[in-house]
Design a protein around this ligand. Structure first.
Ligand SMILES: N[C@@H](CCC(=O)N[C@@H](CS)C(=O)NCC(=O)O)C(=O)O
Length: 224
């Protein structure tokens, strides 16, 4: 059976988790708790020398990188074509976003979470560095502007009329700052409507994957 190594506090892991569960692809989940450093154990390092999740193992075939894993799953399993269309131009649109994602949405949204949640936690409860946070937020804002004007335009999903892997990667990344109780789409109604569409298209699998992030947010709120 297909195995995946995940930590659901990780954005790309949630994308893989949602695709598997939504499409009912049989699999087993092996949790790699990043907060406990389990990505650095000798056994896991043997599997992925980069010491990162997600990792997929399919009958001895080991694959890293969420983008490659998601595309492999769609190609290998009989799931609806809209996730990663076969028609060359439509497929290229998804590839265009997923390439851009790795240099824009991913680092910019993740940085806000790191500055607001991870670094203060590691330094024993001091608040975030405000000037760094302001810079990160303004970088993210430029990315959100492009996401809205270049990818979403006036269509319901990032690459057209149907949900694709692009929406899945993007939504998981943009949810992450919610762990610090920050909704990065608060001032962007068009992107907020897109997120609701993605969320309703994914149904339970969305909330199931995000339960750990919601719990983190609620614990932080309770402490304030
Ligand atoms: N480009 C990779 C990124 C993987 C990645 O950065 N994973 C993080 C969690 S979001 C991780 O495992 N970090 C552990 C570490 O760096 O020690 C992907 O999309 O799969």
């Amino acid at each position: 059976m297909l195995k995946v190594y995940l930590d659901l506090l990780s954005q790309p892991c949630r994308a893989v988790h949602i695709l598997l569960n939504y499409n009912k692809i049989p699999h087993t989940v092996h949790t790699v708790a990043l907060r406990k450093g389990e990505q650095s154990t000798p056994e896991f390092t043997k599997l992925n020398p980069m010491q990162k999740v997600p990792v997929l193992v399919d009958e001895g075939f080991v694959l890293t990188e969420s983008d490659a894993i998601l595309k492999y799953l769609v190609t290998k399993h009989n799931i609806p074509e809209h996730w990663y269309p076969r028609q060359p131009e439509r497929r290229a649109r998804v590839d265009e976003y997923t390439a851009w994602h790795q240099t824009h949405t991913r680092p910019h949204a993740a940085k806000v979470f790191i500055l607001e949640v991870l670094l203060p936690r590691m330094s024993g409860g001091s608040g975030p560095d405000h000037s760094q946070l302001e810079r990160a937020l303004s970088e993210l804002d430029r990315t959100l502007e492009l996401l809205d004007s270049m990818f979403l335009r006036r269509q319901p999903f990032l690459c057209g009329d149907d949900i694709t892997l692009a929406d899945l990667l993007a939504v998981c990344e943009l949810m992450q700052p919610l762990g610090g109780d920050r909704d990065v789409l608060q001032d962007r109604p068009n992107l907020r409507r897109w997120r609701s569409r993605v969320q309703s298209a994914l149904g339970e699998s969305f909330d199931h994957a995000h339960a750990v992030l919601y719990a983190l947010r609620d614990r932080r709120k309770a402490k304030l």
